[in-house]
Write a protein that binds this ligand. Structure first.
Ligand code: GUN
Ligand code: ZN
Length: 437
């Protein structure tokens, strides 16, 4: 893992203190036009106005001056699929056909450790290029893919979450484990990787269609044995998926009841999609603190439906936002926020840029119960930081000439930005993109 020497960053710092309540909630953020961050041993140790931060730095600490660019916490992607890097952009029908025609064939290749290692290199390069410093991934059902995923993250010093996909039916034999082998393999991987460096293991039953009742039972057992781990799965993404699921689990009144019965719901549960939810399911999500993960580019690409954030908010359900590569079509959290904004616009729900940038940083960290470590620029947290240029391209620069506020600049980044707007990505204080000047 790269070591980070003590350094000072200078630029326009932006970090959220709490969730913004609607438009222009300036109290929700801490922003400094001439801001500074002191970084020591991979942590942010001081933040605020540059002069005050510089006064706390040891004599001779080098300064990297990023002005006039913005300094934000690194983006957090709460749901994506590592073995789908070669599935993205596949011309498919909706979810179940897409899985059978493209996804399951591609995932089979991850039995081969060398294949996983090769994909991991580009996968992490791409995350860093787009300013994503933490992600929560499904690996394939092969333990080798989990090894490749965490080994590459460890090499780069990244805080990454992920786990072996558990799936024991309704998929090609080459992808299927069993309830017992999924338990054994997940447990061995968890014991090896959870809490090793910055890695965190996530118990990962794919969804009810590809898990027998016995396997969901095994996932629940694992979660009870390791309550510190997250659990991730999919729910209520697509109407055909829902009817097939209810055929497979006829004793359950709705989709969430299945996961509920096996004890899979807690504040550490991440439920991908949550588009077609009934009121009972929302009440259970609120009671258990489970997180609904919005994947806008995927929901549009697969024609799955419109995530109703206002309904989830008013039901008191926690939410996160994610790319869902490779059902999703961009690694960029900026592109993801833009598409999410449009999905909500279609439903007359208009998020302010403070709300969207909060979501992709502190909000996602809170949804992972990790805001004490990532997602802000607060002293004591890990120095995962991005430098964003709201005038990165000629068309952004032209538009930025007329920006009147920080919110305008953030909205330009969200609407027009992508990896070209990410000048530098610091992982635990180390510049990974070579953009520090
Ligand atoms: N549901 C079960 N598996 C998947 C997957 O890989 N992608 C998406 N979008 N939905 C799923
Ligand atoms: Zn997914």
């Amino acid at each position: 893992m790269p070591q980070s020497p003590t350094k000072l960053l200078r630029g326009r710092t932006v970090s959220f203190l709490r969730r913004p309540m609607g438009a222009g909630d300036e109290e929700a953020l801490e922003a400094h036009e001439d801001g500074g961050l002191l970084i020591e041993n991979g942590l942010i140790t001081a933040a605020g106005d540059f002069a005050a931060v510089a006064a706390k730095a040891p004599e001779g600490t080098p300064v990297t001056d990023h002005r006039p660019h913005l300094i934000l916490p690194g983006f957090i992607d709460t749901h994506l699929h590592f073995p789908q890097a070669q599935v993205i952009a596949s011309w498919a029908d909706q979810l179940l056909d897409w899985l059978n025609d493209y996804t399951f064939p591609a995932e089979q290749r991850f039995a081969d450790k060398a294949h996983g290692a090769r994909i991991a290199r580009t996968f992490y390069d791409t995350l860093i290029a787009h300013g994503t410093t933490t992600a929560v991934a499904y690996c394939s059902s092969h333990p080798n893919s989990v090894e490749a995923y965490f080994e590459e993250a460890e090499r780069r010093g990244m805080r990454m979450l992920g786990g072996k996909t558990m799936m024991d039916r309704n998929a090609p034999a080459a992808l299927c484990d069993t309830a017992q082998s999924a338990y054994d393999d997940s447990r061995a991987l968890l014991e090896k990787w959870h809490g090793r460096g910055r890695a965190l293991y996530v118990i990962t039953p794919r969804f009810a269609i590809t898990s027998t009742p016995e396997q969901l039972e095994a996932a629940g057992t694992l979660l009870r044995e390791f309550p510190d781990c997250h659990l991730q799965t999919h729910i209520n993404e697509n109407l055909n998926e829902i009817s097939y699921t209810l055929e497979l689990y006829p004793q359950d009144a709705d989709y969430l009841a299945i996961y509920e019965r096996y004890g899979l719901l807690s504040r550490k549960t991440l439920l991908g999609h949550c588009i077609h939810m009934n009121d009972r399911e929302l009440a259970v999500m609120r009671e258990t603190g489970s997180v609904a993960v919005f994947c806008p580019t995927s929901n549009l690409f697969l024609g799955s439906g419109l995530f109703d954030k206002a309904r989830l908010d008013s039901a008191g359900v926690r939410t996160a936002i994610a790319t869902d590569i490779g059902g999703g079509t961009s690694y960029s959290m900026l592109r993801t926020l833009d598409e999410g904004y449009k999905v909500l616009q279609l439903q007359r729900q208009r998020l302010h840029p403070y709300e969207t940038f909060y979501w992709a940083t502190r909000g996602n960290a809170e949804s992972l119960s990790l805001a004490d470590r990532i997602g802000t620029l607060e002293p004591g947290t890990e120095a995962d930081i991005i430098i964003l240029n709201p005038a990165a391209t000629p068309e952004m620069a032209l538009r930025a000439e007329t920006a009147r506020s920080l919110a305008d600049e953030l909205f330009i980044l969200q609407t027009l930005g992508d990896d070209r707007a990410v000048v530098e990505t610091y992982v635990a204080g180390v510049g990974m993109k070579g953009g520090a000047s």
